[in-house]
Design a protein around this ligand. Structure first.
Ligand code: UTP
Length: 291
């Protein structure tokens, strides 16, 4: 069965980014003038996935409003002849069919997936974390599309991975892997945020996944630890059965939910934006002379 659906967990508390995340969900943080969640919907549409479930928590209105039609605004832009701005507003959702799913308690990623059980309907699905932006050049297959291609060839769960330096190993889930072919590995072990002397490799798990059907049944068997249920527990069981692969994707990853990641994403994207590139270069040059 091929992947036709995706979920975007967007129900976390976003504590690392307080105070803004007190009222604004982390996936609404912006890279230039677009919220990360819109960039993620674009990543899915450009990978051929239109059926998208967004898992939301209490502060869902701001996300729902972003994807809702605003006829008053559109009429105003039409009557003012502002067609470029109108296109910008219409492009927010594009051809996506979005379903909002409520996660009542923010009890972790596994909880977000279980909340989406009805939407997923026992099919394979993609999962894209709501605070990570994966940039690919125009015309290239986006990160989630690359993972979907691996799933469609193998039928196994696919984790996205990148190599990180030793100093960063403890920030991520860490993989024990065997190479199958360049960029594709079989996962045999997973540790959550290890100390560097306990690492299995320098391969870190990042926020793009494709899961085979049947995952939710396994997640529902988990018992909570510290009020959370951990996706890693189930992934480790599946890895031990040889059911998990990892793919070293070709894209640039920005963790917009981390303060420096947010700054980096905005500066680097400004350097790629035609209307901003010259001023941004000038600013960087001036600043670097002062430092
Ligand atoms: P994080 O692990 O960064 O969690 O979630 P968080 O709780 O929002 O942030 P911090 O660590 O407190 O700063 C990664 C993604 O998973 C979603 C988040 O909204 C984010 O997009 N998430 C997390 C859920 O949907 N539900 C949860 O229970 C936890």
């Amino acid at each position: 069965m091929k992947v036709k659906k995706a979920i975007i967990p967007a129900a976390g508390l976003g504590t690392r980014f307080l105070p803004i995340t007190k009222a604004i969900p982390k996936p609404m943080l912006t890279v230039l003038n677009k919220p990360v969640i819109q960039l993620i919907v674009d990543e899915l549409l450009n990978s051929g996935i239109e059926d998208i479930g967004i898992v939301v928590g209490k502060d869902a209105e701001v996300i729902k409003n972003h994807f809702a039609e605003n006829l008053e605004l559109e009429d105003r832009l039409i009557s003012d002849g502002k067609t470029e701005l109108l296109e910008r507003v219409k492009a927010i959702k594009g051809s996506a069919k979005i379903t909002f799913i409520e996660q009542k308690v923010a009890n972790g990623l596994a909880g977000a997936i279980i909340a989406a059980e009805e939407f997923i309907n026992n099919e394979p699905f993609a999962m894209l974390l709501g605070d990570e932006f994966l940039y690919t050049e125009k015309g290239k297959r986006p990160c989630i599309g690359q993972l979907i291609d691996v799933f469609n060839e193998t039928g196994k769960n696919v984790l996205s991975t990148m190599e990180v330096d030793d100093v960063d190993v403890s920030k991520y889930g860490n993989l024990g892997v065997e190479e199958i072919k360049p960029n594709l590995h079989k996962v045999y072990d997973i540790v959550e945020k290890p100390k560097v002397n306990e690492k299995l490799s320098n391969y870190a798990i990042i926020g793009r996944y494709v899961f085979a059907s049947g995952l939710i049944e396994e997640l529902k068997k988990l018992t909570p630890r510290n009020n959370e249920i951990y996706l890693t527990d189930t992934l480790l069981d599946l890895a031990k059965k040889g059911e998990v692969l990892s793919y070293k994707f070709d894209a640039t990853r920005y963790d917009v939910g981390d303060l420096f990641g947010y700054v980096k994403a905005n500066i680097e994207l400004a350097l790629k934006e035609e209307s901003l590139v010259e001023d941004t270069k000038k600013l960087i040059k001036e600043l670097s002379e002062k430092i």
